[in-house]
Design a protein around this ligand. Sequence first.
Ligand code: MGD
Ligand code: MGD
Ligand code: MO
Length: 774
Amino acid sequence: MTSPSSQKPADKKAREHDPDVGTYRNPAGGWGALKAVGQHLLHSRSPATNARSLLKLNQPDGFDCPGCAWGDPEHGSSFEFCENGVKAVTWEATAKKVKRDFFARYSVTELKSWDDYRLEDQGRLVEPMAYNAETDHYEPIGWDEALTLIADELKALPTPDDAIFYTSGKACNESAYVFQLLARLYGTNNLPDCSNMCHEASGVALGDALGTGKGSVRLEDFEHAEAIFVFGQNPGTNHPRMLGTLREAAERGAIIASFNPLHERGLEKFADPQKPLEMLHNGSHRISSHYFCPKLGGDMAAVRGIAKALFEREAGGETVLDHAFLSEHTEQLEAYQTLVEATPWGEIEAQSGLTRAEMEKAAELYARSNATIICWAMGITQHEHSVPTVREIVNLLMLRGNLGRLGTGTSPVRGHSNVQGDRTMGIFEQPSDELLDALEARYKRSMPREHGVDSVAAVAAMRDAPGKVFVGLAGNFTRAISDTFVAEAAMSQCRLTAFISTKLNRSHLITGEKALILPCLGRSEIDKTGGKTQLITVEDSMSMVHGSAGINRPASRHLPSEIALLTQLGEKLVGSEAVDWAAMRNDYDVIREHVAEVIPGFDNFNERVRVPRGFWLGNPTAERTFPTESGKAVFSDAPLPKDVMHQRMAAREGWLTLQTMRSHDQYNTTIYGYNDRYRGIENGRQVVFLNKADIERLGVSAGQWVDLVGESDDGVQRRVEGFKVVAYDTPAGCAAAYYPETNPLVPLSHKGEGSHTPAYKSIAIRLEPSARIA
Ligand SMILES: Nc1nc2c(c(=O)[nH]1)N[C@H]1C(S)=C(S)[C@@H](COP(=O)(O)OP(=O)(O)OC[C@H]3O[C@@H](n4cnc5c(=O)[nH]c(N)nc54)[C@H](O)[C@@H]3O)O[C@H]1N2
Ligand SMILES: Nc1nc2c(c(=O)[nH]1)N[C@H]1C(S)=C(S)[C@@H](COP(=O)(O)OP(=O)(O)OC[C@H]3O[C@@H](n4cnc5c(=O)[nH]c(N)nc54)[C@H](O)[C@@H]3O)O[C@H]1N2
Ligand SMILES: [Mo]
């Protein structure tokens, strides 16, 4: 059976690019980064404004970088940005605009044939637009009319649970608070967010193990760590400011051990573009002292191997475990130890792809360090067994008491700049009773108690029951979620889709019966809602909450803020009896007063957030307090994954496991360009990285064009066409390609156990020669 997934990918333009494949030998950062900064400033068509805004990036009196969620140092330099932060800012602060004549010129069907780069590169959205199905064009609509349409469509639904309110982690705390309040007063917990596709497994696992779902480290911990283990993360591209932190640690002599199936340049060598002397002398610094290359999905076994080696050393008479910590603060150690001892080395080696000697080496490094931090990102969280893998990482930290001491802790490095804050503000489809009780007490209205849909369940809901209303606060839902064509078909069955966005993207083209695009201010812009210069706030990966105020002139003086739009929608949808939406709109301090009353940890929010660099929300783990049922940190004794889908599928002759990842020139579904400098790729994105032995075994050759074909338990064949084979240093059986072009290959049902995050990093595929000829 063939599904709509076997259609050609819409990215015709990208397929016309013929990628050049080379080798990058320089350190990450360096002159290449500076050159890229210059190019992106020029491309934005307002280089002077943008150069000025960079000086205000991540500064106490400036705005938070819309790039990643890495923390800001307390005693920062006058530059606190990186190459990819520059791309994020200049991409938003472009002088190009998408006006009504653009939509008059191009039909939606025509725009669908454009690639993601070209769509967003048209510039900033500045006018509200409504889809006209008869003409197949977006046409101008008034602001008031558009918001009334959303409210009317929502009110007309048979039940509030037929509405879906999606949030991407770009939204600030104030927008997020208002958005969840509006959805819940209206009557639903259907608040899926990008976290569902990202660090959900970290939140679930940390919550189960330690009673707190957030990471425990702060930036100063990195200054005191003796070892930093980095699993499944590519900070050179995705958290470049982290390289500065790692570099300082390396310079002090800290051990940095990376676990990654790819040799990521940023984890190997870094030249800091912000250190003029280093730049002049073409110097650089090593980052990782040790580099391990597990197989995709092999980390749980790798960590278990390290634990096994520790137990063996302990049995041999050494003291490597922190017995005081273990007996005072943990439970279930015995069950874990029994399981680890019963797991044979052979199984651990086969699953991890590492040798026993390598894992013993890693154990030695770990045993030698008196203070260890473990960092991880999507290479850990986007598998079927991500929750048990994060639990295994926590087990390892607990064995040596690496929690709640200076220089130790858990560091799930978050993605979107405010993804963590959005959750803190209540964007969650499974709200706690405490949150709902607090909302009820504050607003004197009953809150919906039934849990809502997450991102994957939202697609299933739209697919199975047409006629939903989808409201998106930032993001690009159909492009980010798995099973692209299934998601697109599901979304187009909605009675209304409405997106609050800064740039044109593919989700806008997957129109329901009715569809709206509502443009808004970006974070770099001055927000004068209510005649007053407004401040917004964000929370970084290390639970630091701080203010952010844009400094650029808005792309259009008619552009409302997200909060202006959401509060007006609130007025129309639920009225102003329970909430004075206008007061919130006119002064965001009022929203923060509400937050202070409802969300724990935000007392005196308005005063505390005006202190330069903001305040720390605190973290029980960092204080060795574990709010689990027993009050102790809990060891997990989950078996290594057996018979998970990708293993079953990929174990067949001719099959591979594919990970889908980011290039250096993209921010999630936002494509800044066609180069992936550190991996030696130029002028294209349709590449598949393969091990040399696999290339021979599968009878293809480097440079050949292939289609990637996937299959799942549902028997539906999934395919994306025209990828150039690149020979690359990665373990046999493992392949890599870029997201989002490969999302049609990820079946909707292929997701993490307990997290429901699409398993974007372990997709079973095979190759077929492509009709495309080089
Ligand atoms: N410039 C830029 N910055 C970004 C983003 C962006 O797109 N562009 N996105 C933001 C967001 S939302 C997020 S979540 C983060 C993402 O940050 P990352 O998690 O660094 O993003 P990915 O590109 O998905 O990279 C995954 C890394 O994990 C490795 N990996 C994949 N599978 C496995 C595995 O099974 N085991 C191990 N050990 N490693 C594995 C890959 O080789 C790769 O190095 O970055 C944020 N920052
Ligand atoms: N195959 C595969 N799929 C993945 C992943 C993967 O590694 N592999 N990663 C997953 C992860 S970690 C994540 S977080 C998701 C990301 O999913 P999303 O967060 O939904 O996607 P983004 O690409 O970040 O959203 C980009 C859009 O946000 C809008 N935008 C940007 N800034 C603003 C703003 O300030 N305000 C408003 N209102 N709109 C704004 C713009 O219109 C832009 O087009 O993708 C997931 N999908
Ligand atoms: Mo993410």
